[in-house]
Ligand binder design. Structure first.
Ligand code: SF4
Length: 126
């Protein structure tokens, strides 16, 4: 219920695991903040990531560096979508080990087309 005073949005993103070695979670949260700023016309200076394994909330400041990284990432995604092609998965333990999509992405399997080619040659014979 509204008490008549507008509040500054404070986005909170819940993650099952723990903080990662890269900044993808921060970029996701910052993207939410940019959307909230556009929707409400209010500056959103910070938000939080909550990690289930730690049961801790990490406050994230949306500084110029994170905003720039988020905008550059959004531009790169738009450019990728414009090509109409999804890039092939590239397995890296630091990112894939904590990715919730790994079961459907299967980056290790799809990153080995040479083995598939060899399997086909074996099946088809000479
Ligand atoms: S599992 Fe797939 S979607 Fe997830 S980080 Fe790895 S390559 Fe990306």
């Amino acid at each position: 219920m509204s008490n008549g005073t507008a509040r500054t949005p404070f986005p909170v993103e819940y993650k099952r695991g723990r903080p990662k070695a890269h900044r993808a979670d921060q970029v996701q949260l910052c993207a939410q903040a940019l959307c909230l700023e556009e929707m409400t016309g209010r500056a959103v200076s910070e938000g939080a990531l909550f990690y289930g394994e730690q049961r801790r909330r990490h406050v994230i400041a949306f500084d110029d560096g994170l905003r720039g990284l988020t905008e550059a990432t959004a531009a790169a995604v738009h450019a990728m979508i414009a090509t109409g092609r999804t890039p092939p998965p590239e397995y890296a333990a630091a990112k894939c080990g904590s990715c919730s999509l790994i079961a459907v992405c299967q980056p290790r399997r799809l990153a080995k087309p040479v083995e598939v080619a060899a399997w086909l040659v074996r099946q088809l014979g000479d």
